[in-house]
Design a protein around this ligand. Structure first.
Ligand code: COA
Ligand code: MG
Length: 290
């Protein structure tokens, strides 16, 4: 489970080194939009050499964001990095679960070529960046074990639609983009993987990021994308259950254990039934992993 996934431009050696000074659960080495076309080849080399240098000794999971599968760059990206065993691939502008399965098949072949265990390379699709993708979000369980989570994006979607902005006057996502966010949440939940919230662009606004992260966790996201080292700790904290939460969850679990065969109970004047027990177990599992 990735609380924080920190994007780093794949052509920037300094930023790649800097990512080691913070503690993201995953780093995403970007070969797509953060890298200008003229720098793609150099970025592939740099990313591959960083993957090689850290192999067997990675402090965070290392993902590579390749170019969209609809472009010829995607295969060049995979050919350049797969020998060095990235922990996962972020697939931007994913059009459908079928397209993600196509990536999974490429990975089957590349893992065999490079002597990697089959299935070792996980996938996190960005599942809302093209309009047609919104109509195919129900099928992500078909991707199988490689699927490590699903994230969403509002920038490319707004550009594709021709929107003037994706935010309302209150600064929050306007309706079409709030819908994409919710659908990402349900798509991930239906596929039994974590939903990972999109980035918070204003990287100097710590309180705003903290509020957005709390809101995301409240709604059911398991983590959030970071684009700046200063965002990592804020996100990690927001997605780690507090001591109070864990203590309360343990009381709920204990109460059900002490009352076997009882479906509903009262605690501190609140009704508890099965969904509360499931929630409590999730919180305890989450805090054990953090
Ligand atoms: N990863 C690692 N290091 C980063 C970083 C990142 N994502 N973003 C900034 N840094 C480093 C900077 O190099 C700088 O290092 P220094 O103090 O050694 O000079 C330090 O952190 C402070 O950076 P700051 O000056 O606050 O930001 P900036 O103006 O240099 O960069 C961005 C702003 C947005 C360009 C930068 O944060 C960035 O590249 N983010 C990732 C972009 C990306 O990958 N986008 C694709 C997905 S949407
Ligand atoms: Mg993009």
């Amino acid at each position: 489970m990735y609380r924080s996934m920190l994007f780093v431009p794949g052509d920037n050696e300094k930023k790649i080194a800097k990512s080691e000074q913070v503690r993201p659960d995953a780093v995403i080495l970007d070969l797509e939009d953060a890298v200008a076309p003229a720098n793609k080849a150099a970025a592939r080399k740099l990313v591959a050499s960083y993957l090689k240098a850290t192999r067997g000794n990675r402090r965070a999971a290392l993902f590579v964001r390749i170019n969209p599968l609809s472009t010829p760059e995607a295969l060049d990206d995979l050919a350049a990095v797969m020998a060095e065993a990235p922990d996962g691939i972020v697939q931007p502008k994913a059009a459908s679960p079928l397209e993600v399965q196509r990536l999974a098949h490429y990975l089957d072949a590349l893992e065999a070529q490079h002597g990697l265990p089959r299935g070792a390379t996980r996938i996190v699709p960005v599942a809302t960046e093209v309009p047609e993708a919104l109509f195919a979000l129900g099928g992500y369980s078909q991707v199988g074990e490689r699927l490590a989570g699903i994230t969403w994006g509002a920038e490319d979607l707004a550009a594709a639609i021709g929107a003037i902005s994706n935010k309302g006057d209150d600064g929050y996502w306007s309706e079409p983009y709030a819908l994409a966010r919710s659908l990402c949440l349900f798509a991930a939940s239906a596929a039994k993987v974590a939903a990972i919230d999109t980035l918070y662009a204003d990287f100097r606004d710590g309180p705003g990021l903290a509020a957005a992260s709390r809101r995301a966790r409240r709604d059911g996201f398991g983590g959030k994308i970071a684009i700046h080292p200063a965002q990592v700790e804020v996100i990690n904290e927001a997605f780690t259950p507090s001591d109070d939460e864990v203590a309360h969850a343990n009381r709920v679990i204990e109460l059900f254990r002490a009352n076997p065969g009882v479906g509903t109970l009262g605690l501190d004047g609140q009704m508890l039934d099965m969904p509360h027990l499931v929630q409590a177990q999730k919180i305890v599992a989450l805090s054990a992993r953090a």
